[in-house]
Design a binder for this molecule. Structure first.
Ligand code: PHE
Ligand code: NA
Length: 446
């Protein structure tokens, strides 16, 4: 059976942007920035996106497109009998961990959407939004229902296939989300006390940079947000024909994703300070902050409804790119059908998510890595360890396994200007060295 393909370069762009823009930009960016002190974290994050993220993203796309295979097969094809394919297996494991918790949080978003749809969140529930959210996520049943709903939708989209299911998503919705966020940002900065939030986000407190864990958090967030280092972008690249040009697409995706994160920060942090919420509230930050904003603004109920609808769609276009990674692998390797692969693999991810979800309530005493709960541990291992490690291998593959000519050829830069040498320098030296230093210093070796 011939491998599937994008219908057009635009289809590829939309799908890759859809993968990048998601809960990572709004939910995860704001809570990680909040936990890591704001301004200085933002600068580190931006530096990592530009110097490591975007160059390595171009590399990841080019590996998939060159090989026209899945995350394991691509390395086996391009470098037979060499150990590079280990990145592929890491990516597969990572896809389970990430979609496990991602669909739980997407389930929370779905629950919020539902509560705006039936207008019950138009005004604060008795006890306030924070308490209502707390009651919801600690409940052993209801979050699992919404988590299951979201996973079922993800499976449905993935089993209809790359061309029909994935490509069509998000053509209208992403621009709408961008416009809505800009409007919300404009409203948020008028809130009383907003300046404090803007200072928090944009005024670096340099002393934070003495803590090595901030670097790892910023690096992990850059990778997570760009969908980088897992093989999702490799897999999407593999459905692209060789006659499309990659560098401009990559830059566009990287900048777009970063724009969404910053604008989300401008929506959330002014509100965090205006409503006296702690920026260090963790993963529930947006879920307790945003409803208060919507409650206060004119027509806020409707705005909330539209916002959570779009957030769910953004999460969906990301979750399908995560499920697609093992689906593509199992289809090729074991000859499974698309429907069967999507359903079985999605179900396994669902079960991992059940553990993450119960970790919010019934199993909240369980700590796995350090003092992290189940979801926090899955997030940490996946985004702060596996993704940057995957990125490191990708950078080494493109920078060192490929010759200069091969690397320029594969990235459509055979006749590009001096920029390609900068790119190669970043991928060959800067990215691996930075990632290695950050790893070593966070385990206390440096
Ligand atoms: N980039 C996605 C987001 O920001 C999440 C994601 C991570 C998707 C890793 C694919 C791979 O929401
Ligand atoms: Na993102």
């Amino acid at each position: 059976m011939a491998r599937e393909k994008w219908q057009s370069k635009l289809g590829f762009m939309l799908a890759a942007m859809g993968s990048a823009v998601g809960l990572g930009n709004i939910w995860r960016f704001s809570y990680v920035a909040g936990e890591n002190g704001g301004g200085a974290f933002l600068l580190l994050y931006l530096a990592f996106v530009l110097l490591i993220g975007i160059p390595v993203l171009l590399s990841e796309f080019s590996i998939g497109r060159e090989a026209q295979s899945d995350v394991v097969g691509s390395y086996q094809k391009l470098a037979p009998k060499k150990p590079w394919f280990i990145q592929g297996y890491m990516g597969l494991i990572c896809s389970f961990l990430i979609l496990g918790f991602y669909s739980v949080v997407a389930g929370w978003s779905l629950y919020y959407f539902w509560n705006y749809l039936n207008t019950s969140f138009f005004t604060a529930p008795s006890g306030g939004y924070e308490a209502a959210f707390g009651t919801f996520i600690t409940n052993p049943i209801s979050p699992l229902f919404w988590h299951g709903m979201f996973m079922a939708i993800t499976i449905l989209v993935v089993l209809t296939g790359v061309k029909d299911g994935i490509e069509r998503a998000s053509k209208i919705f992403m621009p709408t989300l961008a416009v809505l966020l800009v409007l919300l940002a404009a409203y948020s900065v008028t809130l009383e006390g907003a300046v404090e939030g803007l200072k928090f986000l944009f005024q670096p407190n340099w002393s934070i940079l003495e803590d090595p864990s901030v670097y790892l958090a910023a690096l992990g967030q850059a990778f997570f947000s760009l969908s980088l280092g897992m093989g999702g972008m490799l897999t999407y690249g593999s459905y692209l024909s060789k006659d499309e040009s990659l560098p401009s697409a990559t830059l566009g995706i990287g900048l777009m994703d970063t724009f969404f994160a910053i604008i989300a920060g401008v929506v959330i942090f002014p509100a965090v300070f205006a409503f006296n919420i702690s920026p260090e509230s963790g993963p529930n930050l947006v879920f307790i902050t945003l409803p208060s904003v919507f409650e206060q603004m004119p027509f806020g109920g409707v705005v909330g409804l539209v916002f959570f609808f779009l957030l769910c769609l953004a999460a969906l276009s990301s979750s399908i790119s995560i499920l697609e990674v093992p689906v593509a692998y199992f289809m090729r390797k074991f000859g499974w059908g698309r429907t069967f692969s999507s359903a079985v693999l999605g179900a396994i991810m669902y079960l991992l998510g059940v553990a993450a979800s119960l970790g919010m309530g019934r199993w909240s005493d369980v700590t796995l890595i350090g003092d992290r709960d189940i979801m926090g541990s899955m997030e940490f291992v996946a985004s702060d360890v596996f993704l940057p490690l995957g990125g490191l291998i990708i950078a080494l593959f493109v920078g060192w396994h490929w010759s200069k000519t091969e690397a320029f050829q594969a990235t459509d830069m055979a006749s590009a200007g001096p920029i390609r040498h900068i790119w190669r320098f970043l991928v060959k030296f800067v990215a691996p060295v930075c990632i290695a230093i950050i790893f070593l210093s966070s385990v206390g070796i440096l």
